[in-house]
Ligand binder design. Structure first.
Ligand code: HEC
Length: 286
């Protein structure tokens, strides 16, 4: 009696793992459903499931390796000289199950899904490349030379504030054309994130018109986001790993627009959204 039970040690190990897996995946959700009088099952968080499975594997390993006899019993199950019929079938199914379970787990890991990741998204990562963090928009605060060149090019007869205002309007108008031609499809005519493509992304473009999106970043950071895009797969430097696994569809625009154009698009973007960028001076750092 004793010997026959021990010789099935490997089978017991597999059954214990399966039992804990079923308990976590089905038993507990079902018990909690009854306990809390819910209409649907209460799923166990997957990290909790992983922890319990890891602990069970550890416990099984500790048990099996706790004596040379048990190690011997464990492996004896897989030796071909041990029995035929049902025993051989069991042995074969366990051996066949190993690659199947591993393959299924790997498939689950690499198969791209459409569900949103459970982690919170870090919209504004702290690791902005240094060269962008300190950049300022040259068209926000034009030099006298820039204003003079503008006045000459446009044949204007303006001075001081009026010239500055005309310069700013000209930059915004140019940026607005690019914005509506290229960014609108995702970000929307009004920069509210409701462009015709927006719905196709599980990470939708954010609403620029509300307080906590582009108002919280300095223009240098907006410049970085437009130039390098949202993901390393979009042709740019993209967001750092801390923003994963929320992959962003935001393209990198560095090959389509010059730096000057990007600065003007950013001015237009804030203008259309009726918001102001975060000021560098007031905060000292971004
Ligand atoms: C293919 C769709 C698409 C196009 C086209 C697109 N964007 Fe985006 N953009 C996104 C998505 C999605 C996000 C949100 C995810 C992210 O932060 O990367 C985003 C984010 C941004 C952000 C960062 C906002 C923040 O608060 O961090 C800026 C700035 C931006 N886009 C500007 C632009 C500009 C300017 C253009 C045109 C030159 C443009 N986008 C074109 C999809 C797009």
């Amino acid at each position: 009696m004793n010997t026959s039970r021990r010789s099935y040690l490997a089978l017991w190990c597999v059954l214990s793992l399966a039992a804990v897996y079923l308990l976590m995946g089905a038993g507990i959700p079902w018990l909690l459903k009854i306990h809390y009088e819910r209409t649907a099952l209460v799923p166990t968080p997957s990290t909790l499931k992983q922890w319990y499975m890891a602990l069970t594997v550890a416990a099984v390993l500790v048990y099996v390796t706790s004596s040379p006899k048990r190690i011997e019993d464990f492996f004896s199950f897989f030796r071909s000289e041990r029995g035929e019929g049902l025993f051989a079938a069991l042995r074969f199914s366990i051996l066949a199950a190993v690659p199947l379970v591993v393959g299924w787990a790997v498939y689950g890991l690499v198969n791209p899904g459409t569900a949103a990741p459970v982690e919170l998204r870090i919209q504004h990562p702290s690791s902005v490349p240094e060269q962008y963090r300190t950049l300022t928009n040259p068209f926000r605060d034009p030099t006298p030379e820039m204003l003079a060149a503008f006045r000459a090019a446009k044949g204007l007869d303006l001075e001081g504030e009026a010239l500055r205002a005309a310069f700013e309007k000209d930059c915004i108008d140019e940026g607005r054309i690019h914005y509506q031609a290229t960014c609108r499809v995702c970000h929307g005519t009004k920069t509210d994130g409701n462009g015709p493509f927006a719905r196709g992304y599980r990470l939708r473009p954010v609403d620029f018109t509300i307080k906590d999106t582009i108002t919280t970043i300095v223009e240098g950071v907006a410049f970085w986001r437009v130039k390098e895009g949202g993901s390393k797969h979009n042709g740019g430097g993209g967001l750092p790993n801390e923003s994963s696994p929320w992959d962003s569809a935001m393209p990198a625009w560095k090959n389509d627009f010059t730096d000057e154009q990007i600065w003007k698009i950013i001015m237009a973007e804030y203008d259309i959204a009726h918001v102001r960028p975060r000021e560098t001076e007031k905060h000292g750092h971004q």
